[in-house]
Design a protein around this ligand. Structure first.
Ligand code: IMP
Ligand code: MG
Length: 184
């Protein structure tokens, strides 16, 4: 059956559940400090950002609202296509709001670069980026990333929101997928 999880598909565990949760607490503490006295709109990028949003937001003590935007740049391939499209737009206006983008991973940066340009036109008070993972070595466009959980190597990563063909987002840690699963 497709999408069944077993250790057979795991090349190695890159970031354990405990490491993720500890780092999230540190990021939340920093965000609480930086946004003290402000209201923040957490803008989650679907679908990968949802685990991170859920866990991070539990540790935020500042007032937060949440909204969701669906963006697709990958199809089912494992390489960035550079073609970005909004599959689900925000429900509320962001005008005058402090927007904190919550993303699972930044790879080429093409997705976020497009999104930031799109959001800037809507006149938010500020836009910052918070990503759990940063595949910095693959960056093709320069974007300012304000909060990074972990800098990661250029391998195909799965789990904790990241999918392979829509599966495994629910796995509570980040692992390297055995290359034979996406090269064949
Ligand atoms: P970018 O536009 O190249 O920065 O791609 C960003 C998006 O590609 C992320 O939001 C992910 O959905 C996806 N992505 C990039 N690297 C990986 C990976 O290693 N595993 C799963 N998805 C990835
Ligand atoms: Mg994504």
């Amino acid at each position: 059956m497709k999408g069944v999880f077993s250790m057979d598909i795991v090349e190695r565990v890159l970031i354990t559940e405990e490491e993720i949760q500890n780092r999230i607490k540190e990021l939340a503490a920093q965000i609480n400090k930086d946004y003290e006295g402000k209201e923040v709109l957490l803008l989650c990028i679907l679908k990968g950002g949802m685990m991170f949003l859920a866990d991070l937001s539990k540790h935020l003590t500042i007032p937060v609202a949440m909204d969701f935007i669906g963006i697709s740049s990958y199809g089912n391939a494992t390489q960035s296509s550079g073609v970005v499209r909004i599959t689900k737009d925000l429900e509320e206006s962001i005008e005058g709001k402090h927007v904190l983008i919550i993303e699972d991973i930044i790879d080429s940066g093409l997705t976020l670069s497009y999104l930031i340009n799109n959001l800037a036109i809507r006149k938010p008070a500020s836009i910052k980026i918070c990503t759990l993972l940063d595949k910095q070595i693959n960056r093709e466009v320069d974007i300012p990333v304000d909060y990074v959980g972990f800098t990661v190597p250029n391998e195909f990563l799965v789990g904790y929101g990241l999918d392979y063909q829509e599966f495994y987002r629910n796995i509570p840690y980040v692992f390297v997928l055995k290359p034979k699963y996406y090269t064949e």
